[in-house]
Design a protein around this ligand. Structure first.
Ligand code: 0PR
Length: 369
């Protein structure tokens, strides 16, 4: 066994670790010890097999209850998914079941590509919503776009390229007769812990469903996402019943490891609201620290004023600078539409790392003629 594990470790060491501090564009981070241990304890349990493991479902109910408590409405329903993609597909599938016959969905140009996948799979037609000058979904276009044909409106809290939070409260007011899904895969575990931030809670009465990914700012192992619905009617419409099982199942995947549910449960219980709040605040303080350091670098600017721990940096020479930064060992991604690199100030991104990075960024900028 040691030989096999040794070979694996050799391979693993060829790639960077979060603890090295040089991974700046990832929306994930090192899973907590407690979540990894929780995963190990429940790793042999298949949630599908309720007749063998009747008690594992309780963990999942606790997870949904926890989210209900931070999202301002009792008795949400939902389940732990394989991530944001599955959650977004389930939301639109539930929408289609709720409003059979309607096919059109309004989706901002900045939405995650899992919405394209969902539309393709479910044979829905996307009407693209343009962005305003702050890269947010344009509210007037949504208002004009909603018609009898509209099945759903989708907004994002924390877009994948720029970290933009769409105008959720405003659009909530327009969605009385259409399904309203909020993809808060990233910011779902950020916004509830900030003050004066855009709301994503179910007190916004037209929100039907919400995607939240614990494997992003919830520091659980990948894959662990979550889909939440306003009440139990949505998942009822998604149920399928095999002849050999007692209960119908509303999940997209069949077999599901209770390990990931236990991992999410463990982090929610271990850190609690206050633990998550203080980590989010620390990440936001580090984000502001990064912005203050960047003021000293000529020719680079944030694409938007960050509302969350996500900074997209642009410059005319960014494609070349990006190449130079990669050569220096920084793990970054470049958004080719806005010519920007994104720094996601995750818990593993310390102030020392940010200082090193900004030093390298300055040198790389200066080396471009
Ligand atoms: N919705 C949003 C807003 C997302 O940002 C993502 C993932 C998803 C849905 C899909 O979630 P899953 O990947 O869990 O299915 N966002 C990043 C992406 O653009 C994920 C990512 C991870 C990006 C690491 C870069 C990176 O280095 O795929």
């Amino acid at each position: 066994m040691n030989d096999v594990l040794g070979r694996l470790m050799e391979l693993r060491k060829k790639d960077p670790f979060f603890a090295d501090g040089r991974i700046l564009s990832s929306v994930c981070t090192e899973p907590s010890d407690v979540s990894l241990e929780a995963y190990r304890i429940f790793s042999d349990v298949n949630v599908l097999d309720r007749y063998v493991f009747p008690n594992s479902g309780e963990l999942e109910m606790d997870v949904i209850k926890w989210f209900s408590s931070i999202l301002g409405k009792k008795n949400l329903s939902g389940y732990v998914t394989s991530g944001g993609t599955e959650a977004n597909i389930q939301a639109l599938w539930a929408a289609k079941k709720k409003y059979p016959g309607r096919r059109e969905i309004l989706v901002p140009e900045s939405a995650h590509y899992s919405l394209d996948k969902a539309a393709d799979l479910l044979e829905l037609e996307i009407k693209w919503i343009p962005l305003d000058e702050k890269f947010k979904a344009d509210v007037a276009s949504i208002q004009e776009g909603i018609s009898d044909e509209t099945l759903a409106v989708v907004l994002t809290a924390g877009t994948s390229a720029l970290g933009v939070v769409d105008p959720i409260t405003e659009v909530n007011g327009l969605c009385g007769d259409v399904f309203f899904h909020v993809d808060a895969a990233f910011a779902g575990m950020v916004l509830p812990f900030l003050e004066n931030s855009e709301r994503i809670d179910f007190g916004l009465v037209n929100i039907d469903s919400l995607t939240i990914d614990p494997h992003k700012m919830g520091y659980t192992p990948i894959p662990s996402g979550c889909i939440l619905f306003r009440d139990e009617s949505y998942m009822k419409r998604l149920r399928f019943k095999p002849s050999y099982l007692e209960e119908p199942l509303p999940t997209l995947t069949g077999s599901r490891s209770a390990g990931f549910i236990a991992a999410v449960w463990a982090n929610l219980m271990f850190y609690g609201v206050e633990g998550f709040r203080s980590k989010v605040w620390e990440c936001m303080e580090n984000t502001r620290f990064l912005l203050s350091l960047l003021e000293g670098v000529e020719g680079v600017e944030p694409v938007i004023e960050p509302e969350i721990n996500f900074v997209a940096l642009t410059s005319d020479s960014m494609p070349q600078v990006y190449g130079l930064l990669l050569e220096r060992g920084w793990a970054l991604s470049l958004d080719r539409e806005t010519n920007s690199i994104r720094i996601v100030v995750m818990p593993h991104v310390s102030r020392e790392v940010l200082e090193d990075f900004v030093g390298d960024l300055r040198e790389c900028m200066n080396s471009i003629p």
